[in-house]
Design a protein around this ligand. Structure first.
Ligand code: MLT
Length: 406
């Protein structure tokens, strides 16, 4: 008789952003006259850069001609893209990553979730709190998280690293030693960014404890200060880290899907090369990102592509500034939004994150993401994104000021 993976039954509710979408759709159906502004999910709104579109059009034409048509590509990605990544994202920052260490995929979310396939279920996993829910939920699905305690809203086997106002929303080295450490910088959801010294501390800690850092750098393009864009800028990181990167947030590929994971050849568990395991998984379960999409991603690194991506990022960062400054003027305590498209705000005294979500939706018709959806230490906080249109962002902040301003 068929048996299900019972770990799935332990998952509370639905995926955070699906739950929010459901709530907003219900509200919208009940109030069809309301103009809702969505600054909840971190989804981009600007069209793809022109250089990307042109490259994709050209690739479409190639697919229409028997002489240039492509079927299955290399599962790890085409050389043209892996070379461009190695050259522009790493070599240009003084980091030597070879194209063979780069695995092109359909998303950093998929890779962050799938990477657990190659690690044992009895590893101890540490996550920031608040945290991007994918890390937690996928470890729960794999049976690595233990049981969910609805009272504390935590999983019994996970190590939580609270990121609170008093520690600058930065994780502290945990008391219980983990085997797998998820770090995300610039951080989703808090927008906090990490400096060289701080990141060095984590690399040293991981190396000293034989742990692996799973480093999600999907938002690195939003860094405006002198901070590491890659964990591999830190000496020794190649022996203890895997990095996840994405074209979603810099070049607007949320609907186009292209990302990559970097596993250096130096990363070994005993004699086993972690990259070789990932390669085995990737080639078995994945047939590669479409050629057309990879040509589009390659164009991100052309001179025009780089300039257009810069414009996109600047556009969203201006929205983040409008949100951050507007909320501060209205008397809210805010952080993030400087090296990140996310602004993290404290909700008014006496309200929970979900109270604020409901009130904001009802009174200002603005959608954000409740901090508690990212973990118990997110309670009392709320996330807004800079990914909306400029006009909608200005209007959302005006509405919030009108309803909640002091
Ligand atoms: C978010 O809003 O946190 C994003 O949707 C994260 C993601 O890219 O999946």
């Amino acid at each position: 008789m068929i048996k299900i993976n019972e770990n799935y039954l332990k998952l509370p509710g639905s995926y955070l952003f699906s739950a929010i979408a459901k709530k907003v759709n219900e509200y919208s159906a009940a109030h069809p006259d309301k103009k809702i502004i969505r600054l909840g999910i971190g989804d981009v709104t600007r069209p793809l850069p022109k250089a990307v579109i042109e490259a994709m059009h050209k690739a479409v034409d190639e697919m229409a001609d028997a002489a240039t048509f492509r079927g299955y590509g290399p599962e790890q990605g085409y050389d043209f893209l892996r070379n461009a990544i190695a050259e522009n994202d790493y070599k240009a920052r003084g980091v030597d990553i070879s194209p063979e260490e780069i695995f092109v995929s359909d998303g950093a979310k998929s890779d962050c979730g799938n990477i657990g396939d190659i690690f044992g279920v009895d590893n101890v996993v540490a996550v920031c709190d608040p945290v991007y829910p994918v890390y937690v939920d996928t470890n729960a699905m794999a049976g690595r998280a233990g049981d969910y305690d609805p009272k504390t809203e935590t999983w019994t086997n996970l190590v939580y690293m609270p990121c609170l106002e008093e520690n600058g929303f930065m994780p502290q080295l945990p008391e219980r030693t983990p085997d797998i450490i998820y770090l995300c910088f610039p951080n989703n959801p808090s927008g906090a960014a990490i400096g060289y010294e701080e990141l060095r501390k984590w690399v040293e800690y991981a190396r000293a404890n034989g742990a692996v850092i799973l480093y999600d750098a999907a938002y690195e393009a939003y860094i405006t200060e002198n901070l590491p864009h890659s964990i591999f800028e830190i000496e020794g990181a190649k022996e203890c880290a895997i990095e996840f990167r994405s074209f979603s947030k810099n070049a607007g590929f949320t609907g186009t899907r292209c990302a990559f994971t970097v596993i250096p050849k130096e990363l070994k568990v005993g004699d086993v090369s972690v990259a070789s395991l990932w390669n085995r998984r990737h080639t078995t379960k994945f047939n590669g990102v479409p050629y057309i999409v990879q040509r589009g991603a390659e164009a991100v690194y052309s001179p025009e592509g780089k300039a257009q991506v810069r414009e996109l990022v600047d556009f969203y960062m201006n929205n983040a500034r409008v949100i951050r400054e507007g909320l501060a003027q209205a008397g809210f305590s805010v952080s993030g939004g400087v090296n990140s498209p996310y602004v993290w705000m404290k909700v008014p005294e006496g309200m929970t994150s979900w109270d604020f979500f409901d009130e904001l939706l009802d009174k200002a018709n603005v959608v954000g993401t409740p901090g508690s959806g990212f973990g118990p230490s997110g309670e009392g906080y709320f996330r807004l994104t800079g990914f909306g249109s400029a006009e909608a962002t200005v209007e959302a902040i005006e509405r919030i000021k009108n309803v909640f301003g002091k």
